[in-house]
Design a protein around this ligand. Sequence first.
Ligand code: FAD
Length: 302
Amino acid sequence: MRTVVDRLTSGRRPTFSVEFFPPRDEADEAILWRSIRELEPLDPAYVSITYGAGGTSREGTIRNIARVATDTTLVPMAHLTAVDHAVAELRHVIGHFAAVGVRNILALRGDPPGNPMGEWVAHPRGLTYAEELVRLVRELGDFCVGVSAFPYGHPRSTDLETDTHYLVRKLDAGADFAIAQLFFEADDFLRLRDRVAAAGSDALMLPGIMPLTTPRTWRKTIELSGATPPRWLVERLEPLSDDPKAFRAEGLDVITELCEQLLAEGVPELHFYTFNRSKATRELVDRLGLRAPRTQAAVTGA
Ligand code: FAD
């Protein structure tokens, strides 16, 4: 099974996946590969690598996701954005993914480089919305395609109704699933799932999860979510900001509780942001009982 949808619909459920970013240098690349090798025996449904704003970071995505396809037992998914790309270049990158055995693509519009909220300017021979990239990827081969979704609405959307409208349009353009941006409470994700279902789409909705191990990951979660965290959560985490051990323990408890609520609501898979380290994800996978049965047996000696 080499596609995300195969893995999520015919495989064991529930499961998890992991997201990495392209390494900046050789030392970073060694860390990335140590993490990939540490996660491989846990049998994630798929692993993805984000697509950078340009140049070497894009080469890092393309090279490393190809290596996942050729050198590991893992199912690879490449992120791809329309930023600064002519359609001809996008065709070339997509063709390369196919040639190296990457069958899954997360099709994104991307943000203006340097300033995510700056004016979006499409490449003169490029694309304007993720919906168009979904169509292009579909046109070019037998790919399994994912898109992004935003529990509180995309920062540029005027309201949730408009946001849901465009999300469902890109799903209908040929996407099989959506991965949600970071959020704080299970209900925030479940309401997004309900909105999409009410609009008539049965695409799989998958939650993005950040293991909260440091105040930095907490700040990043707030920034990426685009929303204000609830007071109860701020009160649990912020008093521990100067105590790294206590913050990590509480942060992982918070995320374990969030994941348990999502799994209880029938969510088939949790998509973990790893920051290219595997330890916190491995801990959460163990706590949540998401290891593949054969690796569980190996752990317990059964
Ligand atoms: P779109 O779906 O095109 O939406 C952009 C805005 O336009 C939204 O406000 C939407 O409502 C509106 N819109 C959409 N279609 C239309 C239409 N037809 N007419 C009018 N308005 C429309 N960024 C990276 O650079 N690299 C990555 O690897 C990456 N990975 C990500 C992974 C996940 C899971 C998520 C949630 C985000 C990721 N991002 C990544 C960030 C993403 O690129 C940005 O959030 C970007 O601003 C939105 O991309 P999109 O694909 O959702 O855009």
